[in-house]
Ligand binder design. Structure first.
Ligand code: ITT
Length: 203
């Protein structure tokens, strides 16, 4: 079974691969080259489905399963920013560092050195005649000083509930155990395996 990831985010590819050891997991660009997908949904779930369907429709193959991830961080004290706009918080094409710095600046403008926050991941699974979306969340807080180089995106300013270190400082195994992405993918796994058996029987 080939699992094609509808993402260009290397951090996501790395994390998703560790949850599918033994399976062939390829980012779509390995098959299709770079492709822009307009994420114009109003929710994580809609955007996840938009990405997975776009890649599934472009591949035109009935022997693959496409998996996408739409995710982001929400800070209630900042009016639920950046939420679904996490990847473009500092503007279209902004880097992870620029987005993180914008969040730090927003905290400072509010006079906050930390604030409760949570990550959301919507994982979409699209295969012939099938489409599913699963969610996962990770709660904690954001701080105004980045610490550590691990993870990606907002991880250097995110401290999960029950910990004192940021996801930038904690071992990848800790994030794998706790993360929004892992939780949603653990729900997705039996569905992917079931769809995989259907694909094999169909050929
Ligand atoms: P694709 O759409 O190609 O998958 P993307 O980075 O644009 O890649 P999203 O639109 O889902 O993905 O935006 C997710 C953003 O939320 C991402 O750029 C990070 O800044 C942030 N994010 C999501 N999950 C994260 C995590 O586990 N750790 C840190 N930041 C995360």
């Amino acid at each position: 079974m080939q699992i094609i990831l509808a993402t260009s985010n290397k951090g996501k590819v790395r994390e998703i691969r560790t949850l599918f050891e033994g399976e062939e997991v390829l980012p779509f660009a390995d098959l299709l080259g770079p492709m822009e997908i307009e994420e114009n949904g109003d929710t994580f779930a809609q955007n996840a489905l938009i990405k997975a369907r776009a890649i599934f429709d472009t591949l035109k193959r009935d022997d693959v399963i496409v998996v996408s991830d739409d995710s982001g961080i929400t800070v209630p004290a900042l009016g639920n920013e950046p939420g679904i706009y996490s990847a473009r918080y500092a503007g279209e094409g902004a880097s992870d560092r620029e987005n993180l710095q914008k969040l730090v600046q927003k905290l400072k403008e509010k006079g906050l050195s930390s604030a409760p926050a949570y990550y959301t991941a919507a994982i979409a699974v699209v295969a012939p005649g099938a489409a599913y979306v699963m969610h996962g969340w990770m709660h904690g807080k954001v701080i105004d000083t980045p610490r550590g180089e691990g993870g990606f995106g907002y991880d250097p300013i995110f401290i999960p509930e029950g910990f004192d270190q940021t996801l930038g400082e904690l071992a990848p195994e800790v994030k794998k155990r706790l993360s929004h992405r892992s939780k949603a993918l653990r729900l997705a796994k039996p569905i992917i395996e079931m769809l995989g058996r259907t694909l094999v029987i169909g050929h």
